[in-house]
Design a protein around this ligand. Structure first.
Ligand code: C2E
Ligand code: CA
Ligand code: CA
Ligand code: CA
Length: 279
């Protein structure tokens, strides 16, 4: 057993070293990524479950590196956060997303709002409200067309500061969504005090809706709670007609997922909007 334990420890160390090396490689490459134009945004449609019409889109960051290939945001966002680079990367994301949205609105394409993910690190940055307003003004996009998605983790450390930040963003006319709802630690007593416009039901609750009665009960309860608090709901990771039907019956407002579309490069998303214009 001892031998076994040592082996496992040895394996764990090697694995950890490999992961650290990869993280370092990513961190170094990430420093150059902005200036080398290696980022792009993909857009995933958000669809009204009642009408099946496109109502919005979530901007999702993609990093194309010449040697590392397409690096997943799940891998590089944590590195960008721990190194602080997420602040300038996040500004590029917001700037790009609101300019794209403005262009599509000027083309009379059917898009009500654009959603942008905010890291907890950005959310704690005191200049965030000014940065958001500056991007909106530069693009000429009305604030109500922008939704900022934050996770419950953004509010855990210092709920009072989070409350103040949400109030500031809300006062500037921007809408706030609680991302991955149900997976974090935020207490329900805070939820009612936060200026939250929309709850995004995490895909882990949506995935097994077709055969898990517990998930159906949780999702149904989240939707009813949101309705009682006057919040919108969006279900994430909708992949099947069965999930769609259940969510629609329960009164969930919007869905997002492969059933409707994968996240698309900007030009393909624009074509998708044009198709929906023709109906
Ligand atoms: P998220 O905000 O929860 O984004 C939803 C993720 O679910 C996206 O993964 C999307 O591609 C994926 N997805 C959409 N529909 C389906 C579906 O039907 N089934 C399944 N299995 N997955 C689906 P992605 O693009 O890899 O992004 C992962 C995470 O990286 C995001 O999770 C978000 O937390 C973070 N992220 C992405 N872009 C940004 C960004 O610009 N800024 C920040 N701070 N974080 C970002
Ligand atoms: Ca999100
Ligand atoms: Ca999410
Ligand atoms: Ca997620």
């Amino acid at each position: 057993a001892k031998q076994n334990g040592r082996n496992r420890y040895g394996f764990f160390t090697a694995d950890l070293e490999a992961r650290t090396a990869r993280a370092l490689q990513i961190e170094n490459a990430l420093r150059r990524a902005l200036e080398r134009n290696q980022f792009e945004l993909h857009y995933q449609p958000q669809v009204s479950l009642a009408t099946r019409q496109v109502v919005g889109a979530e901007a999702l960051l993609r990093w194309r590196h010449p040697e590392l290939g397409m690096v997943s945001p799940a891998e590089f966002i944590p590195v960008a956060e721990s190194s602080g680079m997420i602040v300038s990367i996040g500004e590029w994301v917001l700037h790009t997303a609101v300019h794209d949205a403005k262009r599509w609105l000027d083309m009379q394409l059917p898009l009500r709002a654009i959603s942008v993910n905010l890291s907890a690190v950005q959310f704690r940055h005191p200049q965030l409200p000014e940065m958001v307003t500056r991007c909106l003004q530069q693009a000429g996009l009305p604030a109500r067309r922008l939704e900022l998605e934050l996770t419950e983790g953004a509010a855990v450390d210092d709920p009072a500061a989070a409350l103040a930040m949400m109030d500031q963003l809300h006062d500037r006319g921007v809408r706030l969504s609680m991302d991955d709802f149900g997976t974090g630690y935020s207490s329900l007593s805070y939820l009612k005090r936060f200026q939250i416009y929309k709850l995004k039901i995490d895909q882990s609750f949506v995935r097994d809706l077709d055969d898990d009665a517990n998930d159906r009960a949780i999702v149904s309860a989240i939707i009813r709670m949101a309705q009682a608090l006057g919040m919108q709901t969006t279900a994430e990771g909708v992949e099947t007609d069965g999930q769609l039907e259940f969510l629609r019956e329960q009164g969930c407002d919007e869905g997002q997922g492969y059933l409707f579309s994968r996240p698309l490069p900007a030009d393909e998303f624009e074509a998708y909007l044009r198709q929906h214009l023709r109906g």
